[in-house]
Design a protein around this ligand. Structure first.
Ligand code: G16
Length: 546
């Protein structure tokens, strides 16, 4: 018996530990406050009824403070009676790989250390989230219980022991707890090989097809090298920025038109490869580009759904699809065509979990660069990239041709998101509150040539467990069926971020290739006018447009 002294440490609650859209995200300096991390981790353990004797997985995206937090969590897991923890070598595990491991080995849950697409480093962000035994993010009822516990906590448990060397694969012990240091890529890569036709993708590369996958110095680098280069045989230059760095080399690991600029510039140039893609800090987001074309995440979701039968795993059809409310309604048109259900959920991958578990849907997606399926319970960046590669290998046409074909068949949902970042929290709250007050008076009024047909605040009742979630965004529908959605982000760590989602449908062949911002001009102006963005926030333009 390996004895390790369990210490009970007295503490007092922090009042700001309510998990947001995806776990608890704060500045590194906040997490470094004495007892801050420990309080939250103990609140998780105190909330879980079967933590004693359980098996967990633990890892993160390699960002600054991961290494320190992992050692603390291991010592706390031991003190709380956890039987075994699987840890990614060097503390690395992508979010979808964590989900895969929970499901494959039937674990009780997992702890993921990441602030996703938020910047890292000593002045950047850190985060922690708990995933349950289905492999997905803890649902609202659990995150609320964790928060409630964090408001009352007065002690936590930790063992007094030296740090564990996480650099070597194999099994070791901490007190009575077993620690297995695992290859972070293996299980996930095997799962991808079961889903997609790797041979067909290899043939595509052998035919001279070119790709640039940008890992943005975040977690997907090792996964992309193993899968694309070692297993599929893509040339090594196909994967760039593949070394995970604690500060993402000073970058913002967010795969979008603003933060993955060098990839976007390459793909819009005359030297562009056939295909470009990127993922975020923890590997659950994706951005898809073709030569001189950017595929919006909403279009990507619709295109993957429409072509799913070409992929081995989905060849017998889809049970249904789901999208978050602000995501464009492009996929709804595909679902109708396929005769399957399309569910509309609040923002946050956690809302897809019960639909996937109940086998109501197979594919889900969000405008925020997230797409995934029932193979895990998280969105999955590399899965989306492999899906596109498999599709390109089957169709042997370009990304641009596939997108155009889709628009010709289904019409195009012009779509853009305008973010106003780092707003004063009170002003942002005021803007949303004033919108709410106006809602009933908006109907019939005209803004920028658009007449309001309907306006409401979105709330959602989970069709499986009937849990109701309210206050999920203000929706304004116009008579031409275009739409604006306003909501405050639940993932930022500095001030507030106002997200304005703009959408308009177009079926006319001659109007399918307009510039998106021009195509949405009326909706953009109407949004500014209705929400009085400049008057309330002082900002006259968004900080990020995607
Ligand atoms: C998280 C959630 C997503 C959500 C996104 C943006 O993604 O898992 O479901 O769409 O945040 O949320 P918000 O609009 O509230 O900032 P990630 O990649 O950050 O974990």
């Amino acid at each position: 018996m390996n004895t390790t002294e369990i210490k009970e440490i007295k503490t007092t609650p922090f009042k700001d530990q309510r998990p947001g859209t995806s776990g608890l995200r704060k500045k590194v300096e906040v997490f470094k406050k004495p007892h801050y991390l420990e309080n939250f981790v103990q609140s998780i353990f105190d909330t879980l009824p079967k933590i004693k004797g359980s098996q967990l997985v633990l890892g993160g995206d390699g960002r600054y403070y991961n290494d320190v937090a992992i050692q603390t969590i291991l010592k706390m897991a031991c003190a709380n009676g956890v039987a075994k923890v699987k840890v990614g070598q060097n503390g690395f595990l992508s979010t979808p790989a964590t989900s895969c491991i929970i499901r494959k080995y039937g674990l009780y849950g997992g702890i993921i250390l990441s602030a996703s697409h938020n910047p890292g480093g000593p002045d950047g962000d850190f985060g922690i989230k708990y995933n349950i035994e289905n492999g997905g993010p803890a649902p609202e009822k659990i995150t609320e219980a964790i928060y409630k516990r964090s408001c009352e906590i007065d002690r936590y448990y930790i063992v007094d022991a030296p740090d564990i060397d996480l650099s070597k694969l194999g099994t070791t012990k901490l007190g009575n707890m077993e620690i297995e240091i695992i290859d972070p890529v293996k299980d996930y890569a095997e799962l991808m090989q079961e889903i997609f036709d790797f041979n067909k993708i290899s043939d595509l590369f052998r035919s001279g097809f070119t790709m640039c996958y940008d890992a943005l110095h975040a977690i997907t680098g090792p996964y992309a090298r193993r899968i694309f280069v070692d297993m599929i045989g893509a040339p090594t230059y196909s994967v760039v920025n593949y070394n995970p760095l604690p500060d993402f080399d000073g970058g913002h690991p967010d795969p979008n038109l603003t933060y993955a600029k060098s990839l976007v510039d390459l793909m819009m140039s005359d030297n562009a490869p056939d295909f470009g893609a990127a993922s975020d800090g923890d590997g659950d987001r994706n951005m898809i580009l073709g030569r001189k074309v950017f595929v919006t995440p909403s279009d990507s979701l619709a295109i993957l759904t429409a072509n799913a039968s070409l992929i081995p795993r989905y060849k017998n059809g889809l049970k249904g699809v789901a999208r978050s409310m602000p995501t464009s309604r492009a996929v709804d048109l595909v679902a109708k065509d396929l005769g399957i259900n399309c569910f509309e959920t609040p923002t946050g991958w956690k809302f897809f979990g019960s639909l996937l578990d109940a086998e109501l849907v197979t594919i889900c997606g969000e405008e925020s660069f997230g797409t995934g399926s029932d193979h895990v319970r998280e969105k999955d960046g590399l899965w989306a990239v492999l899906f596109w590669l498999n599709l390109l290998a089957e169709k042997r046409s370009s990304v641009k041709e596939i997108v155009k074909e889709h628009w010709i068949k289904f019409g195009r949902n012009y779509y853009s998101r305008h973010d106003y970042e780092e707003l004063d929290q009170d002003k942002a709250n005021l803007l949303i509150e004033s919108l709410k007050e106006k809602l009933s008076n908006l109907i019939g009024k005209e803004f920028s040539g658009l007449r309001v047909k309907h306006a409401d605040e979105f709330s959602y009742e989970d069709p499986v467990d009937h849990f109701v979630t309210t206050g999920q965004g203000i929706r304004i529908f116009f008579e031409d069926d275009s739409r604006i959605v306003f909501r405050l982000s639940g993932t930022g760590t500095k001030g507030a971020t106002l997200r304005v989602y703009l959408e308009r449908y177009e079926k006319k062949l001659e109007a399918l290739e307009l510039d998106t911002q021009i195509a949405l001009e009326k909706q953009i102006n109407a949004a500014k006018e209705i929400a009085q963005i400049k008057e309330i926030t002082g900002r006259d333009k968004p900080s990020v447009i995607t």
